[in-house]
Design a protein around this ligand. Sequence first.
Ligand code: PPE
Length: 323
Amino acid sequence: MIETEVIWHNGEFVAWADAKVHVLTHGLHYGTGVFEGIRCYETQHGPAIFRHLDHLDRLERSAKLYYMELPYSIEQLRAATHELVLRNAVSSCYIRPIAFRGYGQMGLNPLDAPIEVSIALWPWGTYLGEEGTRNGIRAKVSSWERISPRSLIPAAKASGQYLNSVLAKIESVKAGYDEAILLDAHGHICEGSGENIYTVRDGVIVTPPQTASILDGINRRSVVQIARDLGYAVIERDITRAELYLADEVFLTGTAAELVPVREVDDHAIGSGGPGEITRVLQDAFQEVLYGRNERYLEWLDVVATPQPPAAAGEAVPQRAGA
Ligand code: PPE
């Protein structure tokens, strides 16, 4: 990975190499941590963190679900992240905040273990490869079932839960595919190992609902809104495996992946076997939004620095992430 200068750890900026934990850290043994994946983009308004407050809100909700009280407020975490972007002088990067049960208590009752929080960031290119982003990826339906709400909390972004995604990812890569698609206990489509999923059939976009065992992706919400604003019908409902194979188009969204076309699922070519038309339109539109080139969605950008001269009257300069 590409290292940067400093990492924010428990309220202090420490050198990258010094951001360490004890081997008896609770979260290391039991996965008792919650995290976020956020991206910052170089925009004409300065470095801008996409939907920053939405990500920090989700971090706080994930923590609450695991009975963790964050020792820092969302505003403190936001300010720390801004300073981190400036100190590391990287404006296009992936940001990884994590809150975890630290050192001091072993055993399954974590309530007395302290909560540590750190934020790191580094430049991270295309998650599923340049080629995949351009021409589409090959996915495999996993033999591993997505975690269910009867055993864990699909809506939480918690460290231990990712063992499920890791198994699915390893299986798909070893079998020669780019990504895994996980089903739930009923055989319905949930999502990729680290992305939400969508099908397009006869011009209608379909994606599993929030009540499916999915992570309620922030890019999912964004892309659904952008698609609707562009006039496409978006339906949230369960999707079967056959519908996936017979779709005209399939694509994925996530912070790391952004918007990636799927060109094959289980060796079935999707549509014409390349990125579909609507996928292309949404991919381009989404890029415009992420890079602050679409005025309509500027409220989604949390601009880090304001190195520009004062804006002319009437010019929109986003200051913080909106709803
Ligand atoms: N589902 C899962 C399971 C998931 O991990 C992600 C994000 C999403 C959906 C999309 O959510 P959002 O980023 O809010 O649109 N996956 C993160 C972790 C990737 C990793 O390898 O680590 C990410 O994209 O940051």
